[in-house]
Ligand binder design. Structure first.
Ligand code: NAP
Ligand code: GDD
Length: 323
């Protein structure tokens, strides 16, 4: 029997990598996208004709039910979100609506649909925020520091609550930062690799950033979508931290990225701008993924240096193509 999966946020970084993975596994893939006046298929152009795109929005209940009926999925992956933490202070209400209530709307649609569908919620290390414990595991108390983190915490708890209240197969992956060549340009890693590529090609003089001291536990997105799939293949629904266990500062990311173009001292190429600092910062994130490693048999396969190299090389190639 061909398995059918519905992915919200299919045009995003994770959505597109997950669609690639599920196609390799012979799934019929249905990708939910919100359609504005123009298509946004930068990450999914290669999937046209291979997956079915469905138009819907996480803020529109009826559209979600229509998607479920059209896809008739065995698995639903909720990856759609307003995913940029910095922007969540500018649009807190919309962030709560999409990231918090959007999840509730899918759960309600699933209840009404009333078929055995496995549901995956993309929870986040931003829920740990202040990091009561380092490294953070599934039992670490949450302390979100942004409207984004607070909205995601609602989605996390409502997913668990519907599992316990309605006997649904709902799981949350508490995903630490992960990046790839398909990362949005406003996130710090891609902003750096794109900037380094531009400096290399003589197209830009400086990269303007905010807080360089913040530390993140950075993994490679294609490894993380494998964890998503594995989580839904278990017999019992449960939640898992997905992380590398290593943490590095933005400065260390800069070291690795500039190393790709043989620049050791990058100080003259990087400036700081107050616009890129946040009202409340998450200083450090580091995750303990022992449970995922033991139960799911998952581990990160791509090293930090390999990931940074791939991103810089990809940006150089893209920019050369554009010129
Ligand atoms: P992403 O590239 O920003 O993708 C998010 C997708 O959600 C985009 O395709 C976006 O569509 C879509 N979306 C936004 N608002 C929507 C709405 N109202 N209705 C339907 N779709 C909507 O994010 P990502 O990095 O792939 O992350 C995937 C998920 O994992 C997100 O839920 C994110 O919060 C979570 N997560 C990510 C990380 C990470 O480090 N990447 C870590 C923890 C958790 P448009 O293209 O139209 O904007
Ligand atoms: N975006 C950005 N731009 N961040 C900067 C900059 C800059 O110019 N300068 C410094 N930073 C710092 C931020 O202050 C933050 O501490 C860190 O770089 C990482 O910022 P982002 O790349 O925007 O990612 P994030 O950690 O806030 O959020 C990502 O990871 C979360 C999981 O922990 C996103 O993917 C979220 O969706 C995800 O939930």
């Amino acid at each position: 029997m061909t398995k059918r999966a519905l992915i919200t946020g299919v045009n995003g970084m994770d959505g597109s990598h997950l669609a690639d993975l599920l196609l390799e596994k012979d799934y019929a893939v249905f990708g939910m996208e919100r359609r504005a006046s123009a298509k946004n298929r930068r990450n999914t152009a290669h999937l046209e004709g291979k997956i079915t795109f469905l138009s819907a929005d996480l803020t529109d209940q009826n559209s979600l039910m229509r998607c479920l009926k059209e896809a008739d999925p065995h698995e639903v992956y909720n990856l759609g979100a307003m995913s940029f933490v910095g922007e969540s202070w500018n649009t807190p209400e919309n962030t709560g609506d999409v990231n918090g209530l959007g999840c509730l709307r899918i759960l309600e649609a699933l209840r009404e649909y009333n078929r055995p569908v496995k549901f995956y919620q993309a929870s986040t290390s931003e829920m740990f925020g202040k990091m009561i414990e380092n490294p953070a595991s599934e039992s670490t108390p949450f302390y979100p520091r942004s409207p984004y983190g607070v909205a995601k915490l609602y989605a996390h708890w409502i997913t668990k609550n519907y599992r316990e209240s309605h006997d649904m197969f709902n799981v949350c992956g508490i995903l630490f930062n992960h990046e790839s060549e398909r990362r949005g340009i406003e996130f710090v890693t891609r902003k750096i690799t794109d900037g380094v590529a531009r400096i290399h090609l003589g197209l830009q003089d400086k990269i303007m950033l905010g807080n360089l001291e913040a530390k993140r536990d950075w993994g490679y997105a294609p490894d993380y979508v494998k964890a998503m799939w594995l989580t839904l293949q278990q017999d019992t629904p449960d939640d898992y931290v997905i992380a590398t266990g290593e943490t590095r500062s933005i400065r260390e990311f800069l070291d690795a990225a500039f190393d790709c173009i043989d620049i050791e001292d990058w100080s003259e190429y990087v400036g700081q701008d107050p616009r890129f600092f946040r009202p409340a910062e998450v200083d450090v994130l580091r995750g303990d993924s022992s449970k995922a490693r033991e139960v799911l048999g998952w581990k990160p396969e791509t090293s930090f240096d390999d990931m940074v190299h791939r991103m810089v090389e990809n940006d150089i190639t893209l920019l050369r193509g554009n010129r």
